[in-house]
Structure formats: C-alpha cells, structure tokens
Design a binder for this molecule. Sequence first.
Ligand SMILES: NC(=O)c1ccc[n+]([C@@H]2O[C@H](COP(=O)([O-])OP(=O)(O)OC[C@H]3O[C@@H](n4cnc5c(N)ncnc54)[C@H](OP(=O)(O)O)[C@@H]3O)[C@@H](O)[C@H]2O)c1
Length: 341
Amino acid sequence: MIDVGIIGGSGYTGGELLRLLANHPEVDVKLVTSRKLSGKPVSLVHPHLKSIYALNFEALNAKEAAERCDIIFTGVPHGTAMDWVPDLLDAGTRVIDLSSDYRLPVDVFEKTYGMKHRAPRDAIFGLPELHSEVAEAKLIGNPGCYPTGAILALAPLAHAGLVDRVVYDSKSGISGAGIEPTETSHYPNMSQNVIPYKITTHRHVPEIKQELGLLSPGIKVNFTPHVIPSVRGILTTAHVFAKEGAETTLQDREAVARIYRDFYKDAPFVRMADVVPRLGAVRGSNFCDISFEPEKGSDRIVVVSAIDNLVKGASGQAIQNMNLMAGLDQRTGLWFPGMAP
Ligand SMILES: NC(=O)c1ccc[n+]([C@@H]2O[C@H](COP(=O)([O-])OP(=O)(O)OC[C@H]3O[C@@H](n4cnc5c(N)ncnc54)[C@H](OP(=O)(O)O)[C@@H]3O)[C@@H](O)[C@H]2O)c1
C-alpha cells in the first residue's frame, strides 16, 4: 500500500483527492491537514465523505507529515506550497503539488505571480500525456486546470508542426476558484451569467505557452477565460490557425484524426469524442474529451475539449501522476465514467 497525506485537505482539491482515493485499491490515506479545522472530522467540511473516512484534520508541520507518508499532495494556495515542499522532500517524501509554485521556471513564476520564489526545486510538469518522466519524479508541479484542457486539445497539432496561432476561449465552473466565497461566486452574480475575466492576462497563459512551445517552438498563443454558472468543468474552444502550407492537412478530417489517434495511442484518459464534447460527459471523471471541426476553405480548424477542473484539471491528474510514480497502471482507482446527465 502507498501511504499518502494531503496538506490543505479542507479545500476543494483536497476534498476531491479524498473522494477519488476512497476507492483506490493501493492507497491508505494517513493524514489530512487543516489549520482551521484541526481535531475536527473531515466530514464536517466534506459531508459526502461521512462514513467513508474516520479521519480528523490535523495541524502538522512538514516533517511530522513526511514521517507518516510515502507521497504527499499539497492542495494549498500558490505562494504557500513553497513553504512545505522543501521540508517534505528533505524528509524523503515524494510530493505532488497542485498549486502553481512548481510548474514554471523561477523567473517566469516570479513575473507571473508577482512574488519572490522562496524555495525553488527541480520539478516535472505533471501532464503525463506529455511527460513520461513523471514516473521517476520526486516533485511534480501538477498542471493548472485551464492549461490541462488547453494543452491536451492542441498538443497533437502543435507536435505535428501545423499550427501558427491558437486563440483559446475557455469557460470554467466556479469551483475552479476554490472554497472561499468571492463577489463573483455570489449566487446573484453568478447565476444565469457568463463572466469573462483576466481577458488577456490570465496567469495560466505561461504554462500553456511553455508546454506548446516545447512541442512547436514559436507557436503563438492567446487565451481568454470565462466563469460560467456550473459547479465543475472546463470547456475550451481552440481556434487554431494553420502554418503557411499546412492549410490542406488541417482541412483533411482523416489526416487530423490520425494525428490525434497516433499522439494519444497510450493516453487512456484522452478520448476523441463522437459528438462535440460536453461537460456532462466528463463531470466527476478523469477524462479529457476532444473533437475538432475544420472550417471549409479556411486556414482555421476549431478544436473543443472538456474536462472536470477538479479531476483531470487537478486531483484526478494528481492521482494519475501518483499511480505512475508508484509503478501502477495509470488508470488505477480512476477508471470510471462521468456523472451524466
Ligand atoms: N479548484 C480547482 O479547480 C483547482 C484546479 C487546479 C489547481 N488548483 C490549485 O490547487 C490549490 C488548492 O486549490 P483549492 O481549490 O483546493 O483551494 P481551496 O479550496 O481554497 O483550499 C485551500 C486549502 O489550503 C489550505 N491552506 C491555505 N493556506 C495554507 C497554508 N498557509 N498552509 C497550509 N494550508 C493552507 C486551506 O486549509 P486551512 O485554511 O483550513 O488550513 C485549504 O484546505 C491552489 O493552489 C489552486 O490554485 C485548483
């Protein structure tokens, strides 16, 4: 059995890790931390976990947590994980960080998040469909939710060198913002509404550029996020413009289908959807559904992806990484469908 711990277990990604790990055959959850709720049962803030776990939240330091675990998930705000990760690693634990502290090079992180990185460490970007090195990693920077859907939608075409520019229009459910209420998440503001935000400046753009740039140096990326009145899910529409000379290939449905099939042949969680992807088909699951539609007589092809932000966009992906780190089949504990309708 793998002994795991969750730092920041009273939040949404922590709760989702617990929900998903409840049926994992190889995992024993040893500890869950919360500063505010130490001593209280996890079911106080996650009532859906009542009777599933007999765990209380604990307030621990990194060394105390590391002594009891093989692998630790840090589901804490950015700028906070860096206070935990070095001590966890030094104590011999492997770490999967769900925050953005270890996804980017230090200079890019500091510019993007407007803060000094106090504890840089080598980490692997934890998108297993692109980085098989996760299996050997000591520290994983688990990707952001928007980048997961955006990168997976485009990686095969970028890798094939067919793309000049991609313009993303992404829509996220409100759980992407975490458990603390905000003005945006206030019901009268969110209900029956669609709210664009950080229209040209979202912090996830450098992650998307980083990963697509590795596949296709010089690729141009634009991204605009929206929040929608859904609890979970991210639907991403990628307007993809062909490189000069690649227009004919991108118009050829069979050729494009082959490119996706080949690229994702060993990626069980990426599904080429028979219909346009919808949030209802992936909700609660670790799948990323993708479809594409060439625009006749144009240099544009539109690719659509759907994920659950809390699963493939966070905790499910973290468990997929954990499986690979532990030498397990990546599907272990994650092979179930979404909660349609
Ligand atoms: N929500 C998503 O869809 C999503 C997707 C991908 C990645 N992420 C990232 O994952 C991380 C967690 O997100 P979330 O949505 O779960 O956030 P959340 O719901 O706000 O939960 C944050 C958790 O961190 C704990 N925490 C806060 N400050 C801490 C500190 N200084 N030391 C230790 N624990 C601390 C909180 O517990 P106490 O205050 O009780 O200690 C709480 O359990 C964030 O970095 C977020 O950007 C989120």
